[in-house]
Design a protein around this ligand. Structure first.
Ligand code: CA
Length: 223
């Protein structure tokens, strides 16, 4: 999931960038309206977080331009708390939602999840195996009716296993995919994460989905 944040207030930009990255999103940023528009038009983003008052070109004009070009990327505008008219104008121009400054990161994440949910429609972006469901957009996890809360790396490990059920992945493969750099091959990081996942996914269910294949690694399968 790749998100573009266009915001010229350095403080806001840096806390949003950091917070979204911690949630496992890839974040591009721009502090200038002209540059931001170029990024938005030349890359494919899953969402754009767009400030209104910007140097170069203002947020409403970016929004208008993208919608005129039939670019339907979900856009959340950031508005001044007091300015109701720009909020209304933004929504009329095709913004998907708005946030008033100052805001908490949790609010932004909730808004993003809700626009992803709307953008993805039902069923798309869903990975499912034996009643265990992962929504790759909203990052929600369910086993049956039970909602399960996973940390970003836990989600990434589970997603990797779920994409190829029954295929055994070695610890090294999991490490390289999820952490993207090389660790001491003797690290027990993967085992630690598998243990956490088992506690969240399998504990309390008769059918265990995460399997250890001795001497090889791990797989998702129903035994
Ligand atoms: Ca601004």
């Amino acid at each position: 999931m790749r998100i573009l944040v266009i915001e010229d207030e350095e403080k806001i930009l840096s806390f949003v960038r950091k917070g979204l990255a911690e949630q496992g999103y890839t974040v591009d940023t721009s502090a200038n309206g002209n540059e931001g528009l170029v990024l938005a038009e030349t890359h494919s983003y899953d969402a754009i977080v767009l400030d209104i008052m910007l140097p170069g070109r203002d947020g409403l004009s970016i929004l208008r331009r993208l919608r005129e070009k039939k670019n339907n990327v979900p856009i959340i505008i950031i508005t001044a708390r007091s300015d109701v008219s720009e909020r209304i104008e933004g929504l009329e121009l095709g913004a998907d939602d708005y946030l008033a400054k100052p805001f908490y990161l949790e609010e932004l994440i909730a808004r993003l999840k809700s626009v992803f949910r709307r953008a993805s429609g039902e069923g798309l972006n869903l990975v499912e195996f034996e009643g265990l469901k992962l929504n790759l957009m909203t990052r929600e996890v369910h086993r049956g009716d039970t909602e399960i809360s996973l940390a970003p790396r836990e989600f990434a490990v589970l997603e990797l296993l779920m994409r190829t059920p029954s295929r055994v992945l070695t610890r090294t493969q999991i490490l390289e995919h999820v952490w993207e750099y090389h660790f001491d091959p003797d690290t027990n990081l993967v085992d630690v994460y598998i243990r956490r996942l088992r506690r969240k996914i399998d504990a309390g269910f008769d059918r265990k989905l995460i399997q250890t294949v001795r001497g090889m690694g791990y797989t998702i399968s129903a035994q």
